[in-house]
Design a binder for this molecule. Structure first.
Ligand SMILES: NC(=O)c1ccc[n+]([C@@H]2O[C@H](COP(=O)([O-])OP(=O)(O)OC[C@H]3O[C@@H](n4cnc5c(N)ncnc54)[C@H](OP(=O)(O)O)[C@@H]3O)[C@@H](O)[C@H]2O)c1
Length: 375
């Protein structure tokens, strides 16, 4: 396993980490014994970086990770996230107010059964809260020895620059995989330039590029892939591409998952990838992708295949705007799902906005708002 410094921090993380979203039940039920088996196999195969969040299964993922690491805590670098809260209507929305962060971090420490969190990440930008208020709360946690390093997640260029104006960040956690390469345009170069680690999440696109999902796959009742917009269409649209990549993986003595993961960690600027896993065999297979990065020739060969296939899977969802408010960095809207996003002037309550489900960016406004406005 290769190990890499995470940004300017003293955390040396495995190039393949473990994502624990599945521990919260998002991929169907997973019990304590199964989660422990995954974590222990990860450690056996050199994985030392574990990513979780206070909102995966309402804290269950943190609990299961914490229990699995009992007696093994010093071998692990634990990253969690805060900065979301359940609103009055029961929806999970971004909330990075200092009081929310301070309370959430204490609760995470308890659930994880640890005295310190190695990396505490702001889960997503909160346009309703001044960034320096959030940063100061995190600094208090660092001063108290409860958090070693601060990171951010889902911070695109503008949000990251606003954050860096007031506070450092060890890392930014972003979606990155064969189909979602948006970070390559501006964010990845920015992170490299500023010495910020890049943690690639959803590197297998919910397991789609691991070679075992097809049109006939039946997902468990609670599995979020059943409800994810356009996932069925994505399975169909990527069949040819996945077959080509699987053939290349075979030729190189890799599995499809290993090809996808090694590709992600080979991009200059990407520190590590954090695939989720539900079974020890999966984590072992994934860990082997971290033995070495691809050479530029190998990367070029994969990129040629990716360019041949133009996958036009739907990424936009239409959402009604419930409210529009003025925030510290301009106007923002509360969307029907509870999420707050910055919006251009002219957007009003009752408008429909098209949101990119990968980037969280608004691309279009229908209704009374300015249709040319971009958030
Ligand atoms: N910062 C954020 O906003 C954010 C958002 C999402 C996720 N994340 C983090 O990123 C991590 C990764 O994302 P993810 O877990 O959603 O997606 P992912 O890593 O793309 O896919 C994980 C799923 O793929 C399947 N899988 C994994 N390894 C496999 C293998 N070797 N062979 C076959 N199937 C395999 C498993 O599901 P099946 O076996 O059921 O197919 C697993 O649950 C999360 O766990 C979480 O820590 C962060």
């Amino acid at each position: 396993m290769e190990y890499r410094w995470l940004g300017g921090s003293e955390l040396r993380v495995s190039a393949i980490g473990l994502g624990t979203l599945p521990f919260g039940g998002a991929y169907g039920p997973l019990d304590e014994g199964e989660a422990a088996a995954v974590v222990h196999r990860a450690l056996d195969w050199g994985i030392n970086f574990f990513d979780t969040s206070d909102n995966y299964g309402h804290g269950r993922a943190e609990e299961l990770l914490g229990r699995a690491l009992r007696g093994r805590r010093s071998r692990a670098i634990v990253a969690t996230k805060g900065g979301t809260a359940v609103d009055a209507r029961g929806r999970t929305a971004n909330d990075a107010r200092p009081e929310t962060i301070l309370r959430a971090a204490e609760e995470s420490l308890k659930r994880l059964g640890t005295d310190w969190i190695d990396l505490y990440q702001v889960h997503l930008p909160d346009p309703a809260t001044p960034v320096d208020d959030t940063a100061q709360a995190l600094e208090r946690l660092v001063q108290a020895g409860k958090v070693r390093y601060v990171g951010v997640s889902n911070f695109w260029e503008e949000d990251l620059l606003a954050w860096l104006d007031v506070s450092p960040a060890a890392a930014n956690q972003m979606p990155y995989n064969f189909l979602h390469r948006d970070i390559e345009d501006g964010l990845l170069p920015l992170c490299r330039e500023r010495g910020i680690g890049l943690i690639a999440y959803q590197p297998l696109i919910f397991g789609l590029f691991a070679g075992r999902i097809g049109p006939e796959t039946a997902f468990a009742h609670q599995d979020h892939r059943r409800a994810y917009p356009g996932f069925g269409e994505l399975i169909r649209a990527t069949a040819g591409l996945r077959a080509r990549l699987a053939a290349l993986a075979r030729e190189w003595g890799l599995t499809p998952a290993q090809l996808a993961l090694r590709w992600a960690i080979s991009r200059p600027g990407v520190t590590c990838a954090i695939p989720g896993a539900k079974r020890p065999e999966q984590v072992e297979e994934n860990a082997r992708a971290g033995e070495r990065p691809f050479t530029s020739d190998e990367l070029g060969e994969i990129d040629r295949i990716l360019m041949e296939f133009q996958i036009s899977a739907a990424r936009m969802v239409d959402l009604p705007v419930e409210e529009v408010r003025d925030g510290p960095r301009g106007r923002y809207a509360v969307l029907a799902m509870g999420i707050k996003v910055r919006v251009p002037h002219g957007v009003q309550a009752g408008d429909m906005v098209a949101m990119d489900i990968v980037t969280g960016r608004l691309e279009e406004v229908h209704g009374g708002g300015d249709p040319r406005g971009k958030a």
